[in-house]
Structure formats: C-alpha cells, structure tokens
Design a protein around this ligand. Sequence first.
Ligand code: HEC
Ligand code: HEC
Ligand code: HEC
Ligand code: HEC
Ligand code: HEC
Length: 480
Amino acid sequence: MNLRSTIKFVILLSFIHLNLAFSQQYVLLGWNDLGMHCSNKDFSKMGILPPYNNVYAQLIKKQTGQSPQIVTAGFVIEYSIPGNTYSVGKTNFWTYAQALFGLPDPLPNNIGLTGKGLTGNMDISTNSFKAEGIPNTPFIDSDWNVERPFQLFHLVARENGVAVSFTDNVIPVSNEVGCVQSGCHSSEQNIKNEHPEVVGFRLNTTELCARCHSSNALGTVGDSLAKSFSYRIHEKHHDIQPINGISTCYKCHPGPVTQCFRDIMRNQGGMICQNCHGTMEALANSISNGRRPWLDEPKCGDVTCHGSVYAEEPGKLYRMSKGHGGLYCSSCHGSPHAIYPTSQANDNVQSIRLQNHAGAIDNCLVCHSSPPTGPGPHGIIFIGIIKIETQVPREFGLDQNYPNPFNPSTRIRFHVPKSSFVSLTIHDLTGREVSSLVNTKLEEGTYEAEWNGENFSSGVYFVKMVSGSYMMTKKMMLTK
Ligand code: HEC
Ligand code: HEC
Ligand code: HEC
Ligand code: HEC
Ligand code: HEC
C-alpha cells in the first residue's frame, strides 16, 4: 500500500468509526453480580451450591444535547450464552434437584430454581434489568470435558422488537469445588461418613449441607445447633497451611485452575484473599462475633482502603450499590473479584468495545453525547482534554508531547482550526491502539490532552491525531 492509499484507508476506517459512534443511541452495560459462581457437578452425594447465576444490565439512552438517561420501560432485554444452550447431562443436578431442595414437583429440564432457563428475557428492577437463577454450567455444548469458567453471555436490548443495543460480558461458573479435587478427601461419601452423628442427616441419599447449616447464599435458616455453613466450614479447616496464602482459599474456592480472583488488585496490587477477608480463623471468629456471612463483607470505602470518595452506598454491599447518575458501581467497574481490568480477556470485552481500552468505564463520552461540564463519578472532571487557548489556530496540528521521555504521564497539545470530529489515540510499537484520548466533535481551538502510562510498560508509543483528511503521529517514550 502506498502512502496515499494508506491515508485513504485510514480515513475510510475513521468514517466507519464515526458512523458507529453516531448511530449508537443506546449504551448497554451488562455484568454478573459475583466474580464467580461455584456449583457442584455431581449432586448424587451432596449439594453445596446449585447451578445459579445472576446477570444484571443497565440501558442508557444517549441523545445529542441531553444528559444520558437510564431507561427500562418499553424495552426488552434478551439474554443467552452463545455455544452453551443446555445443562442437563453436563451435570446431574436435574436428577437430584427435587430431593435436595424439597421441591413439590421435579424441576423441568434446563430450568433453574427461579424458573429461568439458559436463554430468556430479563426482568425489570427499578432502573435496571436482571435475570436471576440462570442454571448454567462451565461446559460448552461441543465439549463436556474442559471447564470454561469465563464464558460470555450475550444481551440484546429491543424496542418494539427492533434491536437497539447489545453487549457481552462474563457469566462465570466453576465446578472446581475442591473437597475431593484438592486431594484432601478421598470421596464425598467419606466426608459424609465423617460427619458428626446428628438426627436426620441423610447419610445414604443426597444431602444439602445448607439444610441444617444456615446459608445466606441459598437463603436457608438452618438450625442453631448446626450453626452457619460458613462458620463450620472455615472453622473446621482453619489449620490449612499456609495460613496467609491464596492457595489455602483456592483449596475450596475455585481454585488453582480457575483463579476466580483475577482483578486489578490481584494482578497489579498483588493482593490475596486474606488481605480483605482475614484468615480462615478470623472469618469463622467474625461470624461468632455477629458478622452475617455473605451480607457483611469488605468495603472499597473503608478508611484503610479507598476511603469515602470511592465508597459504597451506606449499609450496602458493593454489588448492590449505585453511584454516578444511578449507575451500579459494577456497571463501570465489573463484578467483585473481577474489577476491571482483569487477567481474563473476556472480562475486558465490554470496556474495550465501548472505549477502546480495558479498565473502568472512564470515557465520559461513552454515555454523554458531549463533554460534560461538571464533575462525573467520584468528582472526576472531563480530564480527557482541556481547551488552553481561545485564539483560533490556522491549521490542524499535533505538537510533540511534553515531558518526553515521561513517567507516568505526559501532555499532548493539538490544534483544531475549525469545528470538526477529532480522534487522538495512543498506539504501541506494533500499531495496536492502547488508549483513546479523544473521539468526539470539537470546536476550533488549541487543546491539551493528558495520557497516563501508569498501567503500561516502558517503551516507545505513538500518539496519532486524525481529523478529516488530516493525520499526524508523534513518537513518545515512556521510561519507568
Ligand atoms: C441434618 C442436619 C445437618 C446436615 C444436613 C449437615 N450437617 Fe453438618 N452439622 C450438623 C450439626 C447439628 C452439627 C454440630 C454437631 C455437634 O456439634 O455435635 C454439624 C457439624 C458440622 C461440622 C463441624 C464438625 C466438627 O467436627 O467440628 C462440619 C464441618 C459440618 N457439619 C459440615 C457439613 C457438611 C459439609 C454437610 C453437607 C454434606 C453438612 N454438614 C450437613 C447438622 C447437619
Ligand atoms: C474447606 C473449604 C474452604 C476453604 C479452605 C475456604 N472456604 Fe470460604 N467458603 C467455603 C464454603 C463451602 C462456603 C459457602 C458457605 C455458605 O454457603 O454459606 C464459603 C464461603 C465463603 C465466604 C462467604 C460467606 C461469609 O462468611 O461471608 C467468604 C467471604 C469466604 N468463604 C472466604 C474465604 C477465604 C478468604 C478463604 C481463605 C482464607 C476461604 N474462604 C477458604 C469453603 C471454604
Ligand atoms: C480487595 C479485597 C478483596 C479480596 C482480595 C478478596 N475479596 Fe472476597 N469480597 C470482597 C468484597 C468487597 C466482597 C463483597 C462483594 C459484594 O458482594 O458486593 C467480597 C465477597 C466475597 C464472597 C461472598 C460472595 C460475594 O462476592 O459477595 C466470597 C465467597 C469471597 N469474597 C471470597 C473471596 C476469596 C476466596 C478471595 C481470594 C481468592 C477473595 N474473596 C478476595 C473483597 C475482597
Ligand atoms: C460512571 C462510571 C463509574 C461508576 C458508576 C462508579 N465508578 Fe468508581 N471509578 C470510575 C472511574 C472512571 C475511576 C477512575 C479511573 C480508574 O480507576 O480507572 C473510578 C475509580 C474508583 C476507585 C479507585 C480509586 C483509587 O483509589 O484509585 C474505586 C475504589 C471506585 N471507583 C469505587 C466505586 C464504587 C464503590 C462505586 C459505586 C458506589 C463506583 N466506583 C461507581 C468510574 C465509575
Ligand atoms: C456509564 C455511563 C456514564 C459515564 C461513563 C459517565 N456518565 Fe455522567 N451521567 C450518566 C448518567 C446516567 C447521568 C444522569 C443524568 C440524569 O439523571 O439526568 C449522568 C450525569 C452526569 C452529570 C450531571 C449533569 C448532567 O449531564 O445531567 C455530570 C456533570 C456528569 N454526568 C459528568 C460526567 C463526567 C465528567 C464523566 C467522565 C469522567 C461522566 N459523567 C461519565 C452516565 C455516565
């Protein structure tokens, strides 16, 4: 390709991009309530957790000249898990569900405890959509052997039958429940044989542990002698070594293979479960001291963590909390233990599609049709760009960034002679786009954008400005 056709190609691409940006009237954000749902695969001896998954979504209407609006009425959102359309056979749950949960009738095949199947419509819940109790397994239709714990769900929003938006995100599920897999117990029957002799314990038919041991995950009240499941399980196993290691929790929580805790705090912060939850012993003791399992959990907003600017709503869990404009924290940040960006590519698909980079939804223009003039989430202002001179430049221009080399952030000044659509993107040595700083219509003026390379490795990067037929790149050096 010669230079001219390269430029044409780039222009063509940017037009396609432009059209997409304008036609996207509705922005759909979907996520899972938890970073991981565990489930047994074999229910013939015991049930700890059934196949049960919860997907949430918020639909945002983006209209020129107006604030973004979260909408529900008049819209239908369909959910599905591409390539994973049934569960019977991938687990024997449907053989034992009636006995385990004391149901009046057998559960219909592939239908979960709340009546939801693997595909269907979401329900409206105040300003969001939800589908609770989806009975998915980690196995795709074409492979019943290899667990795929981080499959994508697909959502389509429709208005009068017409698709107006879609999204994809992870519907996590793992069968890596470790009692036997970890090598600790020889069989599930053996675990049952070792259980203290208590009246009514079903030694020879399948048994739901939470029937007697209360569990807020399943909503069982249990009996007071048995105490809560979380207390019993963590107390009984509190000697597992190392006391302060993630491998201890991965003996049961999925797991050495799945690695359910995969978010930025693990990958960049090096954190382990105990940093937030305490040791097994501390977990059990906290329950004795009144902590309600599943309901009283760590908080982002603790003074020792992120503090009040980044806090949950008072008295609410992260996954139940909303922030900016009524959006769930999870809509911008993802699920607990899978806070964007994560080490699983599928977790990052939604952010990358909407704003060209992984991580929290930080581009105001994903939802706002024009640069907002006031502060956004957590008081963040529209830092993408600032107008620094009102004098109208004579032609388009992109200056050398400064400082350069830089660490971790640098400023990029550029000139716009007439009102036009401008894109300013950062690329790595291979040409891959790693950040999008500007992708919007701007009035004439000189602007300055800031690029923060904190989450990027040292090396050469290119900043590229495109506006109509104008295109310019500059080389930048990040040195850490
Ligand atoms: C029929 C009621 C019942 C069911 C079902 C039940 N438990 Fe228990 N479990 C109890 C009671 C009661 C105790 C306390 C016994 C005692 O303290 O003597 C207990 C104690 C325990 C303990 C502590 C034992 C120890 O040695 O400290 C563990 C661990 C435990 N149960 C695990 C389980 C698991 C796993 C399951 C599911 C396979 C299960 N339980 C199902 C009633 C039950
Ligand atoms: C021996 C198996 C086992 C190990 C090891 C284990 N867990 Fe658990 N954990 C469970 C089970 C089973 C449940 C579900 C209890 C229920 O249904 O209420 C659970 C539930 C939880 C919960 C939710 C309930 C609550 O108390 O709030 C948290 C948090 C938790 N575990 C954290 C940890 C951490 C942190 C570690 C490592 C320090 C760990 N677990 C190690 C088996 C284990
Ligand atoms: C950075 C702090 C942090 C770390 C590290 C962490 N958790 Fe959590 N955990 C939380 C928070 C916050 C919640 C409450 C999330 C919610 O439901 O809104 C939670 C909740 C849970 C729950 C209850 C279900 C849920 O998601 O609410 C379990 C089980 C759990 N954690 C297990 C673990 C295990 C196992 C690890 C390590 C593999 C771990 N956590 C690491 C912060 C953490
Ligand atoms: C509209 C999107 C949006 C919503 C909703 C949102 N945030 Fe944020 N949040 C951001 C952005 C953008 C940042 C800063 C950039 C980044 O961390 O990637 C951020 C940063 C954070 C941080 C990291 C702060 C630090 O010290 O680095 C925490 C913690 C946080 N948010 C918690 C929450 C909680 C809790 C809620 C819900 C009450 C919430 N956020 C709602 C967009 C959002
Ligand atoms: C995920 C979507 C989303 C993102 C990203 C987002 N906002 Fe918003 N914003 C909203 C919604 C929804 C409202 C509520 C509008 C209403 O209720 O009228 C809102 C309202 C506002 C308002 C109140 C004024 C108004 O327009 O109604 C300001 C100011 C604002 N946002 C600034 C920002 C800034 C700055 C950023 C980027 C740092 C940002 N927002 C990112 C969705 C978003």
